[in-house]
Design a protein around this ligand. Structure first.
Ligand code: HAM
Length: 425
């Protein structure tokens, strides 16, 4: 018999994990709507060139991690490695920018795919929840995005977050910086890794992403972006950090933060969390400002800013952080029938209670009372509803509070009201 294994880097989430992922997505999307963001849903695959163009031909995402293929009609297709590029493509395709009400405020949640080496918190299919503000005309939009991420992590229950920020300046600043990096690395590149050699030719900024240990000794002395910011870029970044100070947000200025996608300019940021046990999954969310992406994909020049969280990373850390408040699968009432006639009545009671909003379940099999109570406990039921011949004859049910271990006889017509008073929602 065939024995199918999950694909490398994929995972199955079920029960508590799946519930908690839904809970996280729910908290993030309700906060996004509080901040005035509207949902957008875009396809999971787009033309490969869209991602190559937006993430950057020299980025790891494009050179190593893209899930791309040729479809039956010869089109070059890629599963999206992130959602920003597709959202910007949709903004252009649907001319969403043609409105007097810029900036557009869009939020999304969905799978992304990267052909990475799997490890804890790093998958080949993962979920991103993100926001994008398109057509910004003030540094306050950047602040608002950073604050959204910061407040979202507070709402999710992270006790302390490390917010790293940096400015990679405007085009002019980055060109000057690239030149300085080239001058610095030119005499050393011969003894660096092959990836760095390639990056040196295509985009020397990417050398700073290198994870090869031996190269770090060289990289640590490389020039810093902050020394190459022109006056405009300096002032833009200064406005953002001043406002974060005014809002009492703690952050770390990290001059090495350049991010793995090529579309950024000005402010870039990442949120990290290291658990008491020392678990560090890298960035749990990240984003930044981007000036030319809408134009790159065929629209007008619109400065924008956005960020995305990795939902699985949030889930893994929250599970470790607060296993007690971690979402549980539970029901309000588990129905237990003694005999065939009672089973139908208990089933009717289940449907009646469900129509009143109670979560209910029962078994249609003949099981002993002991076995039925065990199922009720495994399902985390708050109450058991029990009926046999006598109860049916008298139009009543036995209702047992499984926590307090107290049982009462309740008239069929009073069931909903009775449970309403007993169950704390
Ligand atoms: P990113 O930093 O590439 O940014 O990804 C955002 C988040 O997705 C990361 O911080 C991480 O939590 C999660 N993530 C990335 N790769 C994986 C993986 N292989 N497995 C699990 N989680 C992962 C972006 O994608 C940008 N689009 C963010 C953005 C939006 N910038 C502007 N707007």
């Amino acid at each position: 018999m065939a024995n199918y294994q999950p694909q490398r880097g994929t995972y199955d989430a079920y029960y508590e994990d799946a519930l908690n992922i839904e809970k996280i997505e729910g908290i993030l999307s309700s906060l996004a709507s509080v901040y005035g963001y509207n949902p957008i849903i875009t396809p999971m695959y787009e033309s490969t060139s869209l991602f190559a163009r937006s993430a950057g031909e020299s980025s790891d995402i494009v050179t190593k991690e893209m899930f791309n293929f040729v479809d039956k009609s010869g089109r070059e297709i890629a599963l999206r490695p992130e959602l920003t590029a597709g959202v910007m493509r949709a903004v252009v395709t649907n001319k969403l920018y043609a409105t007097k009400d810029l900036p557009l405020k869009l939020c999304y949640c969905g799978p992304a795919f990267r052909y990475e080496r799997p490890q804890q918190g790093r998958y080949r299919q993962f979920t991103q929840f993100g926001i994008e503000t398109v057509g910004v005309n003030s540094y306050l939009s950047d602040v608002e995005n950073i604050m959204f991420g910061y407040n979202a992590l507070q709402m999710l229950g992270f006790p302390h977050i490390i917010l790293k920020i940096n400015s990679i300046g405007d085009e002019e600043s980055r060109n000057n910086y690239r030149k300085a990096l080239k001058d610095f690395f030119a005499p050393k590149i011969g003894c660096m890794c092959d990836d760095c050699k390639r990056r040196f030719e295509t985009n020397p900024l990417r050398i700073l992403d290198c994870k090869v240990e031996e190269d770090q000794e060289i990289i640590k002395d490389a020039p810093k972006m902050s020394d190459f910011l022109n006056d405009f870029s300096k002032e833009y970044f200064n406005n953002i950090t001043t406002e974060l100070d005014n809002l009492g947000v703690e952050y770390e200025l990290d001059p090495t933060l350049v991010r793995g996608l090529d579309y950024y300019s000005h402010v870039v940021f990442e949120y990290h969390y290291i658990s008491e046990e020392g678990t560090n999954l890298g960035a749990i969310g990240a984003g930044g400002h981007y000036d030319n992406l809408v134009k790159e994909v065929g629209g007008p020049q619109l400065s924008s800013v956005g960020l995305a969280f990795g939902v699985e990373r949030l889930n893994l850390l929250l599970k470790e952080l607060s296993p007690d408040t971690y979402a549980k699968t539970e029901i309000d009432v588990y129905g237990i029938a003694i005999g065939e006639e009672a089973r139908v009545e208990v089933y009717h009671a289940m449907e009646f209670l469900r129509s009143n909003g109670f979560a209910c379940d029962m078994s249609f099999e003949n099981k002993s009372m002991g076995a039925s109570f065990k199922i009720a406990t495994r399902k985390n039921a708050k109450f058991a509803l029990i009926a046999g011949e006598d109860e049916i004859k008298n139009g009543v049910f036995q209702v047992k509070d499984l926590k307090k271990q107290e049982q009462e006889t309740v008239k069929a017509e009073d069931l909903a009201e009775y449970l309403q008073n007993k169950i704390e929602f």
